[in-house]
Design a binder for this molecule. Sequence first.
Ligand code: C2E
Ligand code: CA
Length: 455
Amino acid sequence: MQREAEKKSCAELLKQCRIERDLEREHIEQLEKLLNHDPDTGLLQRHILMRRLSKLLEGGCETLAYGILRLDQNYQRIRHIRDRMKVLLYVTTERLKPIVGEENLYQSDRSDEFLFILENVKSRAEVEKRINDMIIKVAEPHNPPASDLTFGCNVGVALYPEHARNLDELVINAEIALGIYEEKSWHGFIYSPEIGEAHYANQSLEYNLRKCILNNFEGFHVAYQPIVNSKKEIVACEALMRWDAPGIGAVSPEKFIGLAEKSGLINYVGKWILYKALAQVKRWRTERKADMQVSVNLSPVQLEQKDLVDMIFTAMDVLKVPGEAIHLELTERAVMLNPEDISTKLKMLQSRGIEIMLDDFGTGYSSLSALNNFPINTLKIAKEFVDNLPDDKEALEMIRVIMSITRTFKFTTLAEGIEDDSQFDLLVKEGCQFIQGYITSPPVAAVEFEERFLK
Ligand code: C2E
Ligand code: CA
């Protein structure tokens, strides 16, 4: 009897042990899953891919492509709509799986980025086709209720062994290839030695830029370009930054501003030019022309800065410059990034009399109704719309459409890049109030501006 009872309790103990062991295994499996899979997409995470890649390279694999796919700025716009974002991320994952194979798709450490590998690639053309398919698939419209949310992606790929001797080089070179899209119009790049060279040249320029900024903005100065009314009277000017890099020479603003944006230096540079331009206009208003105004460009990165409005108000107070003397220029790209937040900031700026201008109007993709609801005073018509005036009929039609829009929405208009009298006369005839361009002068140093235009 006693033996029977002992046997039974032993069996129960064993059962209990098994249950506990199973639970523990389940627990471990769950923990592993949590550790290795991304909770939103269900994909395996980067560290697992790195382990796999490492084994593949050590195992002497013949050819391999490693790629990074990063969702674009339109995705950044919706990233704060958290629930929709999760669904869209999941949908995107499902779209990508058939193209590279489920087992080859991984989640990066960033939530807006996927990583993938393609083993035994036969040709560059094969990789290009997959990149192409991914770009097209990601950009396809979504089903309701997300049909209003579209975004695309950029892809960078490096090939082994063509572009890399080891894992580190492979990963870095794919990252370099991904970075190149910003300067080109295409969105998918395979690494090449030329791409690498351009990247390292930029890096050294960025190093110089940082050094000069820290060295009290060495080599920086501001050029001013006149803005005239329909009677060719100077009413304002645009402050444009210049940088003569020591030992290199003049670097184009597009280049160094792009670098400053990428590296976060733009906030320092933007503050520097604001103080310079306000101090200059203050001097001109008190010593020469009481109603002179100055326009300062704001980069999209600056617009995202939390204390931007504070920074501008402080500059106005410190330098005692009224809002009426200041125009701020921003691009459609910047406006559309985070419309609500930017709209609030612009309204605050307008409340102190600052005028807001939309730069390069017509080159972005913002909808007219969105612009109409936005706190904007002036549209700056981009140079490309005036280049072929007055002879090109299509260009003329385009300008008429733009002018009719500005009348409907009651925007002030300023045409940029006007180089000759025939363009000037036509734009004034079509109702454009202000003109900027080589017809009056290219941007010049403050001293020259004063001598030529403020005597
Ligand atoms: P943007 O704001 O569109 O500035 C106008 C550009 O057109 C200037 O080029 C100006 O020199 C040029 N331009 C003006 N009139 C004519 C013309 O009649 N013909 C031709 N061919 N060009 C004309 P710039 O100074 O090289 O500046 C290029 C861009 O760099 C600017 O374009 C702006 O986006 C950026 N940038 C310059 N300074 C600053 C700055 O202080 N902050 C920021 N965020 N961006 C700046
Ligand atoms: Ca501008």
